[in-house]
Design a protein around this ligand. Structure first.
Ligand code: BG6
Length: 282
């Protein structure tokens, strides 16, 4: 079942329910902000302080960072993480191939507004599949006469029982850029979060595992060789927009990215797909 819905603030979203899971996808940003298998806890964290206001990014779920990840490389006045997450997507197609599966397609195209922020003609297509796994695919098509470079991320905020009890596996021996210090280092072992963390790992090939008390989430990506691990911890949570002071205890971002050396150059007519499949066990 697919229902077009609105929050009390008039913010439009698509609500999905099938035999496997429920999900909610906002038209602003093509932002999936809820996914839950029927017999399980929500997979994604959503801030209780998210106000669902037009033009403001939702804090939680899976924001799309595009066409640049983090700060704009040359102009700090441009929005952090690009403009896709605050742009109005069109809902262009849906399909329910069986009672367990729902597929959605949303689209964002360049417009006079986007051209003032980023001077290229583009189309992005977002395919979301709601099943016993969650699949998110972001395809960028270069519709311009010039080549362009994109950095991007499917910025997944995972819900965790307690940050003290989680660990991240699959990034051992990977080089990472530490956004807090500007240093590049190599990850020694399994990651446990004991302080603020903001790192971009490089040359990733295998799935990443988020081990929590009662479940393990597997993050499998395609078209991506970089991943961001981020938790704002105590002081930054207090300063961040739409975030409760204690929120850092129940979330961890592991983002499927094309960042740093993994940014992608697309020539006219070329396309690139960044994809993540999220599954849980336990
Ligand atoms: C992460 C970045 O991806 O997003 C962090 O690595 C950043 O540096 C975080 O703080 C949240 O960004 P924003 O723009 O949603 O507050």
């Amino acid at each position: 079942m697919i229902v077009n819905n609105k929050t009390t603030t008039g913010f439009e979203y698509i609500e999905i329910q099938n035999k496997s899971a429920t999900a909610k996808v906002a038209l602003q940003g093509g932002h999936l902000f809820h996914y839950q298998q029927l017999d399980k806890a929500p997979l994604l964290w959503l801030s209780e302080k998210s106000l669902f206001e037009a033009g403001k990014a939702i804090r939680g779920g899976i924001p799309l960072c595009w066409p640049w990840f983090g700060r704009h490389p040359t102009d700090a006045s441009l929005p952090q993480h690009g403009f896709a997450r605050t742009s109005a997507f069109e809902f262009i197609d849906s399909n329910e191939p069986d009672e367990n599966t729902t597929e959605l397609v949303l689209r964002l195209e360049s417009s006079d507004k986007t051209l003032t922020l980023w001077p290229y003609q583009f189309e992005i297509l977002l395919h979301i599949t709601i099943d016993t796994e969650l699949n998110v695919e972001l395809t960028t098509i270069n519709c311009d006469t010039q080549a362009f470079v994109i950095s991007s991320a499917l910025h997944s905020y995972f819900a965790v029982s307690s940050i003290d009890d989680v660990s991240v596996q699959g990034l051992e021996q990977k080089d990472y850029w530490n956004a807090l210090t500007g240093e590049t280092k190599t990850e020694k072992g399994i990651i446990r979060i004991k302080e603020e963390i903001d790192r971009i790992y490089q040359k990733i090939v295998d799935p990443i595992l988020l081990l929590d008390r009662d479940r393990t989430i597997q993050i499998s990506s395609e078209g991506s060789a970089s991943a961001v691990v981020w938790n704002p911890w105590i002081e930054k949570s207090k300063k961040m927009a739409y975030m409760q002071d204690e929120a850092y205890k129940n979330m961890l971002c592991i983002e499927t990215a094309n960042a740093l050396n993994d940014s992608r150059k697309l020539i006219p007519g070329e396309e690139h797909t960044l994809k993540v499949t999220l599954s849980e066990s336990g």
